[in-house]
Design a protein around this ligand. Structure first.
Ligand code: ZN
Length: 317
């Protein structure tokens, strides 16, 4: 083989080697890039943010007031969904407005439906009257299809949820799998500490009955031993009718209600009408934490803020 030919081969090899190096670098940078993740409601977005810490930031669908149950999908939200590689939501019983758009994404994005996570403690929604009787209504276990969807308000369920979030992310993005795993472990330790702190705070007001605005806190109540007597509104988006108002007034006037809990957006006039002259205090609970800054801490702030509202109002003289 003459020198000239050898030189050509060498040059050729160098070109191939360079091409392989470039391709390798491109593949590596692609693998390190965070997947496009969309989470539905702020507390779920917070848990997803925690699992993705150091890798990327998920997008959030439900921002601002208005609740999660009945909404319309805004164009910007539709666009975020359309671009997503992973969509994480609670399930059709909560974000009913997402059910159709998510169905149309099937096959294109990974859909993670939290309420279907194995190992969750699921409860059936409470429907009977104002939950008549003096004790707490028996919590009935439920299946994903008919469960009360407010699952995140139990930190134990949140523990299970972060595991499922980590597994879904690692399956789509194995290059960052170790990172997701470490974040899940750190989040679980943080959730355990949170549970212990909340329990200590709540213990003194256990057993003081109260009314909630809508049946959104069952998981919290069951975990920490609180007793709700009923909900003001049967449907969170519809004010109670005159018949229900009379029943609520009778319950409050019978003197066994320690607090009436409103939610962001509950008209003050409604709470005022319920209290009448009884002097029963009221406070605001927020199952979503719509006023809190989104991010990894949102869930923890939300749980502490609601706990403070419970304890302050239920220990009022
Ligand atoms: Zn709700």
């Amino acid at each position: 083989m003459d020198k000239r030919r050898l030189g050509m081969i060498k040059a050729h090899h160098i070109v191939i080697a360079a091409a392989i190096l470039t391709a390798g670098a491109a593949a590596a940078s692609h693998a390190a890039e965070a997947p496009k993740v969309v989470a539905s409601i702020p507390p779920l977005h917070s848990l997803v943010s925690g699992v993705m810490a150091g890798v990327g930031t998920p997008a959030l669908i439900v921002r601002g007031a208005g609740g999660a149950h009945h909404r319309a999908l805004r164009p910007s939200e539709a666009l975020a969904l359309h671009r997503a590689e992973i969509v994480i939501w609670i399930g059709p019983a909560l974000e009913s407005f997402l059910a159709k758009p998510i169905k149309s994404l099937a096959g294109k994005a990974t859909i993670v439906t939290m309420v279907e996570t194995p190992g969750l403690e699921l409860l059936a929604p409470r429907k009977a009257g104002l939950w008549a009787g003096d004790g707490a209504p028996p919590a009935r276990r439920a299946e994903p299809g008919n469960a009360d969807p407010h699952i995140w308000l139990d930190p134990w369920n949140a523990r299970i949820m972060v595991g499922a979030i980590g597994a879904a992310l690692a399956a789509r993005d194995p290059a960052n799998g170790a990172r997701y795993g470490a974040n899940v472990r750190a989040l679980r330790r943080r959730l355990d500490t949170l549970s212990g702190t909340l329990r200590k705070f709540i213990n003194p007001v256990r057993g003081v009955p109260y009314l909630v605005y809508h049946d959104g806190f069952q998981y919290f109540e069951k975990r920490f031993g609180l007793i709700a007597r009923g909900a003001v509104a049967r449907d969170p988006d519809r004010k109670p009718g005159p018949k229900r108002m009379l029943r609520l007034r009778a319950t409050i006037e019978a003197g066994r209600i320690g607090c009436i809990f409103a939610e962001p957006g509950t008209p003050a006039s409604l709470i005022h009408a319920l209290r009448g002259e009884t002097g029963v205090p009221s406070a605001v609970l927020d199952p979503l934490g719509v006023g809190l800054a989104p991010g990894p801490d949102q869930y923890f702030t939300l749980m502490r803020t609601n706990t403070r509202a419970f304890v302050r109002c239920l220990s009022a003289p």
